[in-house]
Design a protein around this ligand. Structure first.
Ligand SMILES: C[S@@+](CC[C@H](N)C(=O)[O-])C[C@H]1O[C@@H](n2cnc3c(N)ncnc32)[C@H](O)[C@@H]1O
Length: 209
């Protein structure tokens, strides 16, 4: 039943951009852990969120092969740009080729390295931040990025349900603990409003007051 419903949802949402469809296919052929790729429905969701915000500056933590980067960049206002940070330098050429194919290479700035080291050096403010890096580091990304978000700006975090492992409060798995700590930390934040959307692996939308 769930599979049929998933199919129905796909068939009744906008079709996947052919460039993204190809990016996804090639990711599965060429890279390890291809299931990290954002994919059709979540990608469309991110694209529409970005189009609603119509940001001037976007920051992304965790480019991988660039699927979500392209989706988010589609919502940029004219003259805006997106900075995306990826630890693995072997992915840069591949993702860049798809940024070019999507006609977005001029507005996407790729930074290779550890987001925790790079973030403090970014002297700018963002309308939208997308967190999709190492699950153990979500609290650190959030704390570093939050000061760089404009009032009224948004932070979006992926995988916040972590395959339902967030319900296992006794877990010793470091990635699950990272997500659980992140979700708990947000509950103590006084200057945000936020909601978890149960799309795919869970997405939190956070608005900085
Ligand atoms: C889940 S994938 C990102 C998926 C991507 N957003 C997409 O749409 O396909 C996570 C990525 O974050 C990268 N990463 C992990 N830790 C990082 C860090 N500290 N700084 C930058 N990138 C990091 C990983 O190398 C991996 O490519």
């Amino acid at each position: 039943m769930k599979r049929k419903l998933d199919q129905y949802i796909k068939e009744h949402s906008s079709a996947e951009d052919p460039v993204l469809e190809d990016l996804c296919r090639q990711t599965y052929i060429r890279f390890v852990n291809p299931n990290m790729v954002t994919g059709h429905l979540q990608g469309k969701f991110l694209e529409l969120i970005s189009k609603m915000i119509n940001p001037e500056q976007i920051l992304e933590i965790g480019t991988f092969t660039g699927y979500s980067t392209i989706c988010l960049a589609k919502g940029l206002r004219p003259g805006g740009n997106l900075i995306t940070i990826e630890l693995n330098d072997e992915l840069k050429e591949f993702s860049h080729s798809y940024f070019t194919r999507a006609g977005l290479d001029q507005v996407i700035v790729q930074k290779t390295g550890n987001a925790i080291e790079i973030l403090p050096s970014l002297n700018m403010f963002f309308d939208l931040v997308y967190i999709d890096g190492d699950k153990r580091e979500y609290c650190d990304y959030y704390k570093l990025a939050k000061d760089k978000v404009k009032p009224g700006g948004y932070i979006v975090a992926d995988n916040v349900l972590w395959g339902e492992k967030v319900l296992d409060t006794g877990t010793t798995d470091k990635q699950s603990i990272g997500i659980i700590d992140f979700n708990n930390m947000l509950m103590n934040e006084k200057d945000i409003e936020h909601v978890i959307i149960p799309l795919r692996d869970g997405i939190t939308l956070i608005r900085k007051l």
